[in-house]
Design a protein. Structure first.
Lengths: 609, 393
């Protein structure tokens, strides 16, 4: 078998699998490991390549992987297949695009019982933009509900091939997988590059390992990278020594070098993935390349949320935990923030809602923290009358002075759904300030709708609404598409005259009233009656737009207290006093922590998939 | 009976019984039977198939408990006896009188002892009341609850409104020194007028004591289930506050003033037994699930009548829970109980770090200072739990 660093590019096939969650990508990868003999049955475990617990449990891939599969074809020749796994979610579009840029081919894997989903379609378009050879495959043909003919026609329609070209497999049983591997060998072009030119390698993933430091995954385009060599990261001009290069097959195997077309890893000893960024170009320090490979982009947080420890004394733990997560997550940004209502915490920026949820879940699970997160919001650019611009990532920072314009990020969203739900989807998008860009029938009964939507409207429980209005059938994908000026205002919620920062929100003027009424109503239910009347007001600046009142408590006493009740009543009072200690004071008003959580969580939009 | 081993409870009690207590001394006897269980009730009570058979075993055990107590409890004399339930008047007047005689034999009743029995208007007649009065009972407390038929229906009470007034008249004819009525207010479906009529009609009979309890939905009761299922609306705290004020106004107009948060009496009609609870007195507990107290020691008997009788025959007592109340808890209870009373709480009972809070409560109109005591205002009576919480640490 060809060794890393000494492999003829003509024998290399670099490909990835584009698939929706649950459509069987990890199972297919498992099967390929077995068919090529890289992992024998005895050592096999489900979702072999997924590293994090969360990935395995939720069946999604957050970070990509690359595995080298030596394979002897039916023609008797020895090939090297590099399977580059791609993350499977809308928040990681950029990472997906870099993984695809490292490939020459892509397997488009679609569940034969469900058809293509919006995110898969989006990733397919990315693959086509990268000029990848696409191999359409229907999976799960062993399922009773499979409709291979119908969905083969759909795939053929989308990518412009013949339905007969669509392979039909079952990753679970292994049926059709050897044929698929042969098809990859036959159809995916071999990589081409200048073996004698200066080295250029594309970073498509970067992972922090507590023993090795940052492990950087690269695809060599030109030249070669050798161990002990000094390298330069072309976006930052930082230089490092290559302590180790190698390939994953499926465990790390060190090698002397990586050559043209090869996929492998680099270790330089750096401790932070920010020093080894996805999309960057690695070159040799001496006589290195002068032109980077295109397409590098700084990760840009799109969604912000305040994270606060439920127990204020956990703040240092939260800080340490974020510092650790950051080593492995170049897109995570955060800075300390103080909330009158919630105490000390961090304002964190995420690529999107799933990214937010994953970070939050890792903080709670791996670091044992109980957190409150504020309703997610997007970034606003506020231009004042004096033409100065304020960037707002937290509603409470919204300027109070004379505002000329406010601009918000917009996305181009694609929704795929059965045709019967078109009305419901249009209605939802309408109420979310969407503009219809177009609509196409993918097949007789499946429709693709394209909308421009403010990102803020999507982070606000859009996905849950979409799912519930389409009985779970609709799928959503979106990509950012610049900013637009909109009539946006900040709504403050005042408790007994004091603004509660955690509940401030930036909303469209037409929705301010509805937000104010619903939040005030919710708080009236959640906050216990106090000794005095507590007005709850929603306000835009100094203008009150909604008001509710928590009436003063008039009776709290238990009428009966005889000999047998004394201990019980004392314990009840002691318990009530304990409860009071956990109250947060907003001005003079005692607010139970649960009220904050309940008020925030019901408006918290978290995409489950 | 064999010689009882020295349990922690016995040791703690013996230690406290060496010296004569200066506190009021009471005996509470719990009769754990009712003819039927009311939907709101979470008391320790049972509805026996054959009351005569089951109560026989209970009476023997209760008598044995009282006899046995003689060796453990040396109160000097007993100031008050209270037979409660359940429905004590499900037992015969002879049985109740026998229990009282046992208490007298074991401990000695004071000459002016107050002896109360609780009664259901349904379960008494003139003869029974005469017998009880002759047997030494000085006070009777009727569970009237309401005089409005639809309110009684929500409460599952079986008696007719007229029966309550008749029973009170019979008790007065029998010559009880004190006749009291218990009512429940703010029952869903009750109106202000229903309550006002109930209170007025009761006061018109000339009773000298009224206890009024806002309906509490206790977990596990049929009422709680009905509220959860939406069959009955939950009682409303604001309504309860309004109704409390109606009761307070009508009582005051009839010469009954409040002497505890939920108790009103003519002068001299205050229930001395209950005052004992609120002033930190001592009392012996007889019967299933009964709680006793002596000088910071509290205990509870086994709850089920069968478990109770078995324990009594095996050990002489039926104590299943013992609590030696910590000083902090004693301090808290003193505030909690003392504030319930019109006589109020000595300022010194509030710890120094909470003295400033007294001024805040006074400023808020919830407390008044009367010499060196603090007393709840009218508004404060309804908010006593919050005040207690703020005055204790």
């Amino acid at each position: 078998m060809p060794l890393p660093g000494q492999t003829d590019p003509a024998m290399i096939r670099n490909f990835s699998i584009i698939a929706h969650i649950d459509h069987g990508k990890s199972t297919l990868a498992d099967r390929m490991l077995q068919v090529t003999g890289v992992v024998d049955g005895r050592h096999m475990r489900a979702q072999y390549l997924d590293r994090m617990d969360i990935e395995r449990e939720r069946g999604i891939t957050i970070k990509s992987q690359a595995v080298r599969l030596p394979y002897t074809g039916l023609d008797g020749r020895d090939y090297v297949l590099n399977l580059i796994d791609t993350p499977g979610h809308v928040d990681f579009t950029y990472e997906v695009s870099r993984s695809l840029a490292a490939c020459e081919g892509a397997v488009l894997l679609v569940d034969a019982a469900q058809g293509i989903e919006a995110q898969t379609l989006a990733n397919l378009y990315l693959a086509l933009e990268n000029d990848l050879q696409v191999i359409p495959v229907l999976n799960k043909i062993d399922l009773p509900a499979a409709q291979p003919e119908k969905y083969a026609a759909e795939l053929a329609h989308i990518i412009g091939c013949s339905p007969e070209d669509v392979l039909k497999i079952s990753a679970k049983t292994g049926a059709g997988v050897p044929e698929l591997i042969e098809e990859i060998v036959a159809l995916v072009p071999a990589p081409m590059g200048d073996a004698d030119g200066p080295a250029r390698a594309l970073i498509f993933d970067s992972v922090y390992d507590s023993y090795r430091g940052v492990v950087t995954y690269v695809r060599v385009i030109d030249g070669q990278l050798s161990t002990r060599e000094r390298i330069t990261m072309m976006s930052t001009h930082a230089t490092h020594d290559l302590l180790e290069v190698g390939v994953i097959s499926p465990d790390p195997v060190a090698s002397l070098s990586l050559g043209v077309g090869e996929v492998g890893y680099l270790i330089t000893g750096v401790k932070d993935v920010r020093q080894s960024r996805v999309g960057d170009t690695v070159t040799s320090h001496h006589r290195g390349a002068t032109t980077a490979l295109g397409g590098y982009r700084d990760p840009k947080p799109m969604v912000f949320s305040g994270l606060y420890p439920l127990d204020g004394s956990d703040y240092p733990l939260l800080r340490d935990a974020l510092d650790k997560l950051k080593l492995n997550d170049a897109a995570l940004v955060y800075e300390p923030e103080t909330s009158v209502a919630l105490g000390f915490g961090f304002r964190c920026g995420f690529l999107g809602l799933l990214h937010l949820e994953i970070v939050r879940e890792r903080l709670e699970r791996e670091f044992n923290l109980d957190l409150i997160s504020t309703a997610p919001n997007v970034v606003y650019d506020v231009t004042l009358d004096d033409a100065s611009v304020v960037t707002v990532t937290n509603p409470s920072e919204f300027p109070t002075g004379k505002i000329a314009t406010v601009s918000e990020p917009v996305v181009r969203a694609t929704v795929l759904a059965p045709a019967e739900f078109v009305g419901a989807i249009m209605e939802l998008c309408q109420t979310r300030r969407g503009t219809l860009l177009g609509m196409d029938y993918l097949s007789e009964d499946r429709v693709e709708l394209r909308y421009t939507l403010p990102l803020a409207e999507i982070v606000f429980d859009f996905f849950d609404q979409l799912k519930s209005r389409t009985k779970g059938y609709a799928s959503l994908d979106y990509e950012t598409q610049g900013d637009q000026v909109a009539d946006l205002v900040k709504v403050d919620i005042l408790l007994h005259g004091d603004p509660v920062d955690a509940f401030s929100a930036i909303v469209h003027k037409d929705k301010a009233y509805a937000y104010g009424v619903s939040m005030a109503g919710k708080l009236r239910e959640l906050i216990p009656r106090q000794q005095f009347e507590v007005p709850i007001q929603a306000a835009i600046g100094s203008r009150i737009i909604a008001r509710e009142t928590i009436r003063a408590i008039r009776k709290d006493v238990l009428a009966k207290c005889y000999g047998g009740d004394i201990s019980r009543k004392r314990k009840l009072l002691e318990k009530q006093k304990e409860g009071k200690k956990r109250m947060k004071m907003v001005g003079r008003v005692e607010v139970p922590q649960e009220a904050f959580i309940a008020a925030l969580s019901t408006t918290e939009a978290v995409a489950k998939k | 009976m064999h010689v009882a081993e020295l349990t922690p409870w016995r040791a703690a009690l013996a230690e406290r019984s060496r010296a004569q207590s200066t506190a009021a001394q009471g005996v509470y006897i719990h009769v754990p039977y009712c003819a039927s269980r009311c939907g709101y009730c979470d008391f320790n009570t049972y509805t026996p198939g054959e009351i005569d058979v089951e109560s026989h075993a209970y009476l023997l055990a209760a008598a044995a408990e009282i006899d046995h107590a003689r060796s453990l409890w040396r109160p000097g004399h007993i100031d008050t006896v209270f037979i409660g339930g359940g429905t004590p008047t499900l037992l015969s007047a002879t049985d109740l009188t026998d229990l009282l005689r046992r208490v007298d034999d074991s401990f000695g009743l004071a000459d002016d002892a107050e002896v109360t029995v609780e009664a259901n208007p349904d379960s008494v007649d003139q003869h029974v009341l005469d017998q009880l009065r002759e047997g030494g009972f000085t006070r009777i407390s009727f569970g009237v609850q309401s005089l409005a038929p639809h309110v009684l229906a929500v409460l599952d009470r079986t008696h007719s409104p007229g029966r309550s007034l008749e029973a009170i008249a019979m008790a007065q004819a029998a010559g009880f020194e004190h006749v009291s009525a218990d009512i429940i207010y703010a029952t869903p479906g009750e109106t202000d007028d229903d309550l006002a009529h109930t209170v007025s009609a009761l006061l018109h009979t000339g009773i000298d004591h009224l206890s009024a309890y806002a309906l509490i939905v206790e977990p596990g009761t049929r009422l709680a289930n009905d509220v959860r299922r939406g069959l009955i609306p939950a009682p409303d705290d604001d309504v309860a506050a309004d109704r409390y004020q109606i009761i307070d106004r009508l009582c005051a107009a009839s010469g009954l003033s409040w002497y505890e948060i939920s108790s009103w009496a003519k002068s001299g009609g205050e229930c001395r037994h209950n005052l004992g609870y609120w002033r930190g007195g001592d009392w012996w507990a007889v019967g299933p699930g009964a709680h006793g107290h002596r000088d910071g020691l509290r205990w509870m008997n086994a709850k089920h009548p069968r478990a109770y009788t078995e324990r009594i025959w095996a050990d002489g007592d039926a104590v299943v829970e013992t609590e030696i109340i910590s000083q902090a808890a004693i301090d808290m209870e003193r505030v909690m109980l003392g504030l319930r009373l019109r006589e109020g709480l000595a300022v010194g009972a509030v710890t120094p770090d909470k003295q400033d809070q007294i001024d805040l409560e006074v400023a808020a109109g919830l407390l008044v200072r009367v010499q060196d005591r603090i007393v709840l205002t009218d508004a404060g009576r309804l908010l006593a739990d919050g005040i207690v919480g703020r005055l204790t640490s």
